[in-house]
Design a protein around this ligand. Structure first.
Ligand code: ZN
Length: 504
């Protein structure tokens, strides 16, 4: 039972053993034949690379990211970081002595995709004073932990839509080079905002500033088509994959109304034109009906939240094929735990006004045939709980298979990554998860992912229980928080969120 062998991933060094074997070949086993032969081969145009590692995975059931059902009894052949073949036991005979991962008790799915995260945000930092206390380093530290937690929850790819400049880009690069453990990241810069809008710092005394880059307006505040064009170009210059724009007010920002449009259609059109010209998609934060329509007419690729969408907006989204990324889980958290973490009353009131409406409108949009991609606003609630939204998506109108596709093949389509992630098929990255039970019968199976493979490397399995998460560890500060108290009671580090980027 369980996993027979797993040796693809080295938890000490976080590197793929395929790569390490290659290093050993060159640096440790330098007998003349091994040393000279590759050089000779190379001189004749042959590659000296050893054959990539091959692993066979036995799947009890497989949902490959497409269709409406699972297949029983499959084998997935993984070669290096890619899937080489998928088929029945008869179609893919497992050679004697081959490395096998036995997941016969489990249902295997593609690694999940969350199209709306804020890896630099913590869900326990709602007290407004933190906006002025936290340095960018706080966000970066949170992001390192949150990335790992997200991957261990089975989300092997995320789109990060709003962080300090340019945290998500740097995180993406550190993960891609193998220095940090985390999901593949499609990175945005800060969400672009009008002055006084969802991305701005509003209703404090005018002399209050937390700007890091005043000359560049923190790479996010832009008014009028010239500034909009410039800020998109500046973000692209610094390596973003996607442009995030705030096309309406928000819940977690001060002094603006979620229903109010922000930016004119003219400004949004310039933003989209500039982004698309550079091959970047656009994700538009929009709660309000008019903001949603403005953004859709301007040609954005996805509407984030979509809370107050009306019939006209739904019709436009269907006509234009605009994706809806609706974060319909986090209302529970915002009106629950977040209140304990000093969520300001203004935000509580806004959330109470739109939370249920968002879920009802999501159901309407689904019924009308709007394309849906999975996105949760992780960071508003604790990272790692990303899978909790599946239940709500099914409750509000998707079939379980549709909900899973929204987080696999459909999400990959929105991200423009259909050729590499979101399906269990030959040629795709070997990003796989396994759950007990049938997620088509009980969607909540996806809240408890038991096995995670990313790019052929085993990240989590029954044989490699994940390290104690920091949130499970009692905090024993070396230096007493209160120097006057002889013994301060132990406190618990809460789960990650400050929200420098004003999600939701
Ligand atoms: Zn967000």
């Amino acid at each position: 039972m369980g996993i027979c062998q797993e040796s693809v991933y080295d938890h000490e060094s976080h590197e793929n053993v395929v790569g390490r074997d290659w290093l050993r070949f060159f640096f440790l086993e330098i007998d003349p034949l091994n040393f000279i032969l590759p050089l000779l081969l190379a001189s004749f145009g042959f590659s000296a690379d050893p054959a990539p590692k091959v692993v066979y995975i036995k799947a009890g059931h497989l949902f490959d990211g497409t269709g409406d059902s699972t297949r029983a009894g499959c084998v997935i052949q993984v070669e290096g970081d890619r899937i080489k073949a998928v088929g029945s036991f008869r179609e893919i005979p497992i050679p004697d002595g081959a490395e096998v991962i036995d997941l016969s008790r489990f249902t295997i799915l593609p690694g999940l995709i969350d199209c709306h995260t804020h890896l630099g945000s913590r869900a326990d930092r709602y007290d407004e004073i933190n906006k002025f206390k936290d340095t960018p380093n706080h966000s970066a530290f949170a992001a390192v932990l949150n990335a790992k937690t997200t991957l261990e929850a089975g989300f092997t790819t995320v789109r990060d839509v709003g962080s300090r400049p340019f945290l998500a880009v740097d995180l993406r690069e550190s993960i891609d080079e193998g220095f940090l453990v985390g999901p593949r990241i499609v990175a945005s810069g800060p969400g672009i905002s009008i002055t006084g809008g969802h991305g701005d710092l509003n209703r404090y005394a005018p002399q209050v500033r937390i700007s890091m880059f005043p000359e560049e307006r923190d790479f996010k505040i832009a008014d009028g088509i010239d500034q909009v064009r410039q800020v998109v170009r500046a973000q692209i210059k610094h390596g973003v994959d996607v442009i995030k724009v705030n096309a309406s007010g928000g819940v977690l920002s001060r002094g603006d109304a979620p229903g109010a449009p922000q930016y004119s259609v003219e400004e949004l059109k310039v933003l989209v034109e500039e982004a698309h010209a550079a091959g970047r998609k656009v994700a538009a934060h929009a709660h309000g009906a008019q903001g949603i329509k403005n953004a859709v007419i301007a040609g954005v690729d996805s509407i984030e939240h979509g809370s107050l969408i009306d019939d006209e907006g739904i019709k436009l989204m269907v006509e234009r094929g605009t994706w809806l990324v609706a974060d319909i889980y986090n209302d529970d958290y915002l009106l629950g735990k977040a209140v304990e973490f000093k969520l300001p009353q203004e935000s509580i009131d806004k959330e109470k006004a739109i939370g249920q409406l968002q879920r009802d409108n999501f159901a309407k949009a689904v019924k009308a045939g709007v394309k849906v991609a999975y996105g949760t606003d992780a960071g508003v609630y604790p990272h790692g709980d990303n899978g909790k939204q599946f239940y709500y998506m099914v409750k509000y109108g998707l079939t379980p298979a549709q909900a899973i596709r929204s987080a696999t093949s459909d999400a990959a389509e929105l991200l423009g990554k259909s050729q590499s992630v979101g399906k269990v098929a030959p040629g795709m990255f070997a990003d796989l998860i396994a759950v007990e039970n049938d997620p088509l019968a009980n969607i909540r199976a996806l809240e408890n992912v038991r096995f995670v493979m990313k790019g052929g490397a085993v990240i989590k399995s029954e044989k490699t229980p994940i390290n104690l998460s920091i949130r499970d560890v009692k905090n024993s500060p070396l230096h007493d928080q209160n120097p006057l108290s002889a013994s301060s009671p132990p406190s618990t580090i809460a789960t990650p969120g400050a929200n420098p980027a004003s999600p939701r």
